[in-house]
Unconditional design. Structure first.
Length: 322
């Protein structure tokens, strides 16, 4: 592969090329890199010009790697890994407790994380560091530094990540005093007479009830929304029964736990995850340890009963956690 005279390969162009290969399209790479579509296309063209060789076959179906592109893709991926290694080595010499840390969480923890991180505001140097809290249902790639620390519900499959199981999140069914006054206390036998609040895309609550043997038709659903805060507010206003984390319901005035006669069971697992730099970078370690301590104090596994053996019965809490 010959280099066009007078040029050196620009790493930014190689990085864009790797993203196009991984995403399978210019549009996908643009979304991943947060660049404009024409910028990504221009990067590919510039890289081809610098190398003096076409890397893609262009047709009505979009881009596909040719033989030269396939060879370069393998080299470019090694370059990216080496670049990430270089960044990681640079981080090992940084011991400062100032700077930015990006924490990604699901909405289920959005109401809780600020108070768990509050001790950082009391530690020395608080004015020289800040937290970016990313509330998203997507699992951001920590190895690609889309975030630094994550609170998740399942153990990550990427072995390079640092992870710790810090607790379980109890789930339950809740309704307002106003709803109960109008419709009565629900029981497993009277569910057909009640109204429910559930998610729109996942429908976790009604699916959980189905796992327990109770089918809830759409006619009994008062509201569907993927916003946990909207679900909680609707329950507070008496729209119906909602399935949400106990901690969130307990801090909402007027909500009462219902359908609580099933045996206590394990809730949603809580895993704290960080990129490998947490082992060397003091600021990341501070954030990780602060979250670990706060979550363990609040939801530590020793505070809950975990059913033993494969024959353990399915309960509302475990069904909501599935």
């Amino acid at each position: 592969m010959s280099m066009a005279p007078g040029y050196e390969v620009d790493w930014n162009l190689v990085r864009t090329f790797v993203s196009v290969v991984e995403a399978g399209s210019l549009a996908g790479a643009a979304r991943s890199l947060k660049l404009a579509h024409p910028t990504v296309a221009r990067h590919v063209q510039l890289l081809e010009a610098q190398l003096g060789v076409a890397l893609f076959e262009r047709g009505g179906g979009g881009l596909s790697l040719n033989d030269s592109g396939q060879q370069l893709a393998e080299v470019a991926e090694r370059m990216r890994r080496e670049a990430m290694t270089l960044e990681s080595l640079g981080e090992t010499v940084r011991s400062a407790t100032s700077g930015r840390v990006r924490v990604t969480i699901a909405e289920v923890f959005a109401d809780l994380l600020p108070e768990l991180l509050a001790p950082l505001q009391e530690a020395p140097g608080a004015t020289e560091r800040y937290i970016e809290l990313i509330v998203s249902p997507q699992r951001l790639n920590l190895l690609d530094r889309e975030a630094d620390v994550a609170v998740r519900h399942v153990r990550p499959e990427q072995g390079e990540l640092v992870c710790r199981r810090v607790g379980v999140l109890p789930m339950g069914a809740w309704a307002s005093n106003g709803y109960l006054a109008e419709h009565g206390e629900p029981s497993w036998d009277t569910l057909p007479r009640h109204r429910f609040i559930d998610g729109l895309s996942t429908r976790a609550f009604t699916v959980a009830l189905e796992r327990l043997g109770y089918s809830i038709p759409d006619a009994q659903i008062a509201l569907r929304t993927d916003s946990l805060q909207s679900q909680r507010r609707a329950a507070e206003l008496g729209w119906g029964i909602v399935g949400i984390p106990d901690y969130l319901a307990e801090r909402t005035a007027g909500l009462v736990q219902v359908l609580g006669d099933a045996p206590e069971s394990v809730g949603l697992e809580i895993w704290l995850v960080a990129r490998p730099a947490v082992r060397q970078q003091q600021l990341l370690r501070m954030v990780f340890d602060t979250l670990a301590e706060g979550l363990a104090n609040r939801f530590g596994v020793d505070r809950f009963h975990e059913p033993q053996g494969a024959g353990a019965s399915v309960t509302l809490s475990s069904a909501l956690s599935a």
